[in-house]
Design a binder for this molecule. Structure first.
Ligand SMILES: [Zn+2]
Length: 107
């Protein structure tokens, strides 16, 4: 299972899922309904770890999935999640700072 797309906007993630499903790629959305819960539980105005994320079930389809998403969303989908060098938490590509410890994303 590999995350191929994540966005704060669940509509965009849903659209991405439709693209992959029409291409016959098995996928599912993680955190589809947890955003409100995360805000209240964790006290963050925006909890990055709870962003809806599109996951491809079969790792063999990841490259095909990324190519399809690139066609529709442009090169920004190339940016993958990054792992914080300080605390090892994983962060969405759209975040410049670690959600956990505010360490800057390494270049
Ligand atoms: Zn960190």
């Amino acid at each position: 299972m590999t995350t191929v797309f994540t966005d704060q906007d669940s509509t965009r993630v849903g659209f991405a899922r439709n693209i992959l499903e029409s291409a016959g790629i098995a996928c599912f959305v993680r955190n589809e309904n947890t955003q409100t819960l995360g805000v209240s539980l964790l006290g963050y105005s925006h909890a990055a770890i709870l962003d809806p994320a599109l996951c491809v079930v079969d790792d063999g389809s990841v490259e095909e999935a990324r190519a399809l998403l690139r066609e529709h969303f442009g090169p920004e989908v190339e940016k993958a999640e990054w792992t914080c060098p300080a605390c090892k938490e994983s962060n969405p590509a759209s975040f410049d700072l670690c959600w956990n410890c505010q360490t800057a994303q390494p270049e």
